[in-house]
Design a protein around this ligand. Structure first.
Ligand SMILES: NC(=O)c1ccc[n+]([C@@H]2O[C@H](COP(=O)([O-])OP(=O)(O)OC[C@H]3O[C@@H](n4cnc5c(N)ncnc54)[C@H](O)[C@@H]3O)[C@@H](O)[C@H]2O)c1
Length: 229
């Protein structure tokens, strides 16, 4: 995303947690892009997902951590940017979300609640930031994408396969997500704000697709399981 925005002429500031900076390649990316314009919130982590603790067995502390890192961090970033007046008029803020904010998906755990909160913060701050500074705030609800965080979800590969079969255009890739972010940062989307925008090949509007039902039927033909009845 950073690379794509930079290629389109954006100036950037790249940030992450100290551990991710040490272990990842953010410094190389910063050197390449010469790291100042819009904000992308791309932070997510759930101790429950990470430790395979089911939703019904979580502790208050674990859930607080999930909400703090994955959603309240968005409020804090916006609050700081607003206080420092760090975003230009007609600037743009995007946070990455997932359809588990609206629909229950097995294995996504308390991240579904965190995403619902994240999308709500985009609306609440979107009103204030739009009214006072003409800054727009949206969330992109992205297809499941193989990344570090994504791969931590229980049954992630099956989820990717299922949504690929369910989506008429197929899953949106990380590269395509970067393109959509660039579109939302551009001046061509100046009046789009307080929206959760699905970038998922159509998944969120589907009930059942031919490809998915064919695979579902096949699974019953191949086994002699009780669920047949
Ligand atoms: N991968 C998917 O399938 C998918 C789908 C839809 C939305 N998203 C969202 O996209 C965003 C980016 O996730 P990703 O899939 O690229 O995975 P990722 O693991 O590459 O990114 C998660 C980021 O969160 C950061 N992070 C975690 N804990 C932090 C903390 N305490 N403080 C600061 N930063 C912290 C990590 O360092 C990492 O950079 C997340 O909000 C995720 O929920 C991912």
């Amino acid at each position: 995303m950073a690379l794509k925005s930079w290629q389109q002429g954006a100036q950037l500031v790249l940030t992450n947690s100290p551990i991710a900076i040490r272990m990842g390649s953010i410094n190389e990316l910063a050197e390449k892009t010469g790291s100042r314009d819009f904000i992308l919130h791309s932070i997510g982590m759930s101790p429950n997902v990470r430790k395979d603790i089911p939703y019904e067995q979580t502790s208050y502390e674990n859930m607080l951590k999930t909400f703090d890192i994955s959603a309240l961090s968005f409020h804090r970033i916006l609050q700081t940017a607003y206080r420092l007046d760090a975003i230009r008029e007609w600037g743009s803020v995007v946070a990455l979300s997932y359809v588990a904010a609206q629909r229950t998906l097995t294995g996504y755990n308390d991240m579904g609640d965190a995403k619902a909160l994240l999308e709500s913060i985009a609306r609440s701050f979107g009103y204030i930031y739009g009214r006072d500074r003409r800054v727009r705030i949206n969330t992109i609800s992205q297809s499941p994408t193989p990344t570090t965080a994504g791969s931590g979800i229980h049954g992630f590969d099956s989820l990717v396969d299922f949504s690929e079969r369910m989506s008429p255009l197929g899953n949106a890739t990380a590269e395509e997500c970067a393109d959509y972010c660039v579109a939302l940062f551009s001046d061509l989307t100046r009046k789009v704000t307080m929206q959760n925008l699905y970038h998922d090949g159509g998944f969120s509007s589907m009930g059942m697709s031919l490809k998915a039902i064919e695979q579902y039927k096949k699974s019953f033909e191949e086994c002699d399981c009780d669920e047949k009845e």
